[in-house]
Design a protein around this ligand. Structure first.
Ligand SMILES: O=c1ccn([C@H]2C[C@H](O)[C@@H](COP(=O)(O)O)O2)c(=O)[nH]1
Ligand SMILES: [Zn+2]
Length: 162
């Protein structure tokens, strides 16, 4: 009798993989962020990625990072992946959930994460760790008792032919 497979994805690989796949939907030319929210029973509750709100065309609103006029940059329009994942959830409470995300949450996402009761954040990249936004985010999550740690990367490479 054949034995069960041994090289199946761990829970962390699975959920971070789903977060990263979700980020591949983003049209942001510089930073694509994906997020996956998971219950205490390891069930996926919601996903999201960074992009413009419904009705705000990807082809008409700006993707620029810089410009003399802030209204011509993406920052005033883009909805972050974490907020999209929280807002996409229509099942009730997110209290006690974990959030997997490819980039450390900014201060605005941290507020939403705290307020909806998510208790743990697992992030892949912390490239903006020196910015006031991320420093404030960590300060708020520390105060609110939201745990966070960096995803421990494995050797696994996943190829999907679509
Ligand atoms: O918590 C966060 C922080 C940022 N994002 C998104 C917002 C933007 O679309 C990009 C960042 O773009 P840069 O060109 O690297 O400044 O990331 C997010 O989804 N969640
Ligand atoms: Zn954010």
């Amino acid at each position: 009798m054949s034995e069960k497979r041994k090289d199946y994805l761990s829970w962390d690989e699975y959920f971070m993989g789903v977060a990263m796949l979700s980020g591949m939907r983003s049209k942001d030319p510089s930073t694509q962020v994906g997020c996956c929210i998971v219950s205490q029973e390891n069930k996926i509750l919601s996903m999201g990625y960074n992009g413009f709100p419904t009705g705000c065309s990807d082809d008409e609103f700006p993707w620029a990072r810089e410009g003399d006029d802030p209204l011509e940059t993406k920052y005033v329009y883009s909805t972050h992946s974490e907020l999209n994942a929280i807002l996409n959830y229509s099942g009730g409470s997110l209290v006690g959930a974990r959030l997997y995300v490819s980039l450390f949450p900014c201060n605005e996402c941290a507020k939403a994460i705290i307020q909806c009761g998510i208790r743990e954040v697992i992030y892949a990249n912390d490239k903006y760790s020196d910015t006031p936004s991320v420093i404030a985010s960590k300060r708020m999550m520390d105060a609110a008792g939201v745990k966070y740690h960096q995803y421990r990367k494995t050797e696994r490479e996943v190829t999907i032919c679509l």
